[in-house]
Ligand binder design. Structure first.
Ligand SMILES: Cc1cc2nc3c(=O)[nH]c(=O)nc-3n(C[C@H](O)[C@H](O)[C@H](O)COP(=O)(O)OP(=O)(O)OC[C@H]3O[C@@H](n4cnc5c(N)ncnc54)[C@H](O)[C@@H]3O)c2cc1C
Length: 287
C-alpha cells in the first residue's frame, strides 16, 4: 500500500530563542548568566537571534536542538537524510521488525503515468510475495538443513529450554507440512521468533528502496540550517525536499523567529549550484 509523509516536531530545547540570545550575548558581555537571562526582552532576543544567524556565529546555534518523528518516507530518503552527519538518528529496523505488509513511497512522476504506476505497484506486491516466501523457506532450511544450521538450532533449543529428542519427533511429523511455520509458531513460539529474526534479516535484501520506513531525527539549529540549505533547494530530490519544507513548517509553529533562518541557500545569498542552478530562485528571506 502506498504511504504518505508524516512529520511531527516531537521535542525541542526549552525556550530555544532565549537560550540562543543569552549564549550569544554572553560572548560579548561581562555580566553573569542569571543577569543576562533576566534582562532579555522579546526585542533583545529577536535582535540577538537575527544578528547571530546573519553573521554566521554558528556555534551559538548548537545550544538548541529539535527532534522530529518522521514516518511515511522511503529508505531512499533516509539514506540521503543520514548523510547529514551532525545529527542523531533512530530508525525502525528491518532486521528486527517483520514487514508483514510493507508500505511504499511512489514518486509523483511515476504516479502521473498510469502504465508505470501499475507496473510499480505490481513490483511492490511481487517483492512482498518473494520476501514472505524467502522467510518461510529459510526457516524451513534452518530446521531441516542440519549440516548447515544444526549448531544454530541446537543453541536455540538450549536457549529456549526445548528438549532435543522431543523436537526431533516434532520435526519428523512436520517435515512435509505446508503450514510448517504456523505449526512451529504454535508449538515452539520462542524458537520460531529466533529463527524468524534470522530469516528476515536475510530476506530484507530483496526490498526496494521505495520501502516505507520510520526514523526519529534530532538536529541542532546549526545543522538544521545546513540541512535546509541543501534540501529545501529545488535541486534536492522531491521526497527529501518535501520533508525539509515540512520540517521548516514544524519549526514555524514553535518559533517563527528561528524559522526565518531556515530555507534554501538561494534565500540567503547567491545560488551555490553553479551550472546546475535551477534558475527558479526562491524569494529572499529578510532577517
Ligand atoms: C543536491 C545534492 C546532491 C548530492 N549528490 C550526492 C552524490 O551524488 N553522492 C554523494 O555521495 N553524496 C551526495 N550528496 C550528499 C552530500 O555530499 C552531503 O553528504 C550531504 O548533503 C550532507 O551534507 P553535509 O556534509 O554538509 O552535512 P553534515 O554531515 O551534517 O555536516 C555538516 C557540516 O559539518 C562539516 N563537516 C562534517 N563532517 C566533516 C568532515 N568529516 N570534515 C570536515 N567537515 C565536516 C561540514 O562543514 C559540513 O557541511 C548530495 C547532496 C545534495 C543536496
Amino acid at each position: 500500500m502506498e504511504t504518505t509523509l508524516k512529520v511531527k516536531l516531537i521535542s525541542h530545547t526549552l525556550n530555544p530563542e532565549l537560550v540562543i540570545a543569552t549564549a550569544g550575548k554572553l560572548c560579548y558581555s561581562p555580566s553573569n548568566i542569571d543577569d543576562l537571562m533576566e534582562k532579555q526582552t522579546d526585542e533583545s532576543i529577536e535582535r540577538f537571534v537575527n544578528m547571530i544567524t546573519s553573521i554566521g556565529h554558528g556555534s551559538v546555534l548548537e545550544h538548541t536542538s529539535f527532534t522530529f518523528g518522521i514516518e511515511g518516507v522511503s529508505r531512499s530518503l533516509t539514506h540521503q537524510l543520514v548523510r547529514h552527519r551532525i545529527a542523531s538518528y533512530s530508525q525502525q529496523s528491518q532486521r528486527y521488525v517483520k514487514e508483514t505488509q510493507f508500505e511504499y513511497v511512489m514518486p509523483q512522476d511515476i504516479k502521473n503515468n498510469p502504465i508505470l504506476e501499475q507496473s510499480y505497484k505490481k513490483h511492490m506486491e511481487d517483492s512482498q510475495r518473494l520476501y514472505d516466501e524467502i522467510v518461510d523457506k529459510l526457516m524451513y532450511d534452518y530446521v531441516y538443513n542440519e549440516k548447515e544450521y544444526g549448531k544454530l538450532v541446537d543453541i536455540q533449543l538450549k536457549k529456549c529450554k526445548i528438549d532435543k529428542e522431543e523436537f526431533e519427533v516434532w520435526k519428523k511429523e512436520n517435515k512435509s507440512c505446508d503450514t510448517f511455520v504456523e505449526s512451529l509458531r504454535s508449538t515452539y513460539k520462542r524458537l520460531c521468533s529466533a529463527l524468524e529474526k534470522k530469516a528476515i534479516e536475510n530476506a530484507r535484501y530483496i526490498f526496494p528502496n521505495a520501502c516505507e520506513t520510520k526514523i526519529i531525527c534530532t538536529m541542532n539549529l546549526r545543522s538544521l540550517i545546513n540541512f535546509c540549505h541543501h534540501r529545501c533547494c529545488r535541486r534536492a530530490q522531491e521526497e527529501i525536499n518535501k520533508l525539509a519544507w515540512t520540517m521548516v513548517e514544524e519549526i514555524e509553529k514553535v518559533s517563527p523567529l528561528l524559522a526565518k533562518s531556515l530555507g534554501a541557500s538561494c534565500q540567503f545569498g547567491p545560488c551555490p549550484e553553479g551550472d546546475m542552478c535551477c534558475m527558479m530562485p526562491y524569494e529572499k528571506k529578510n532577517k
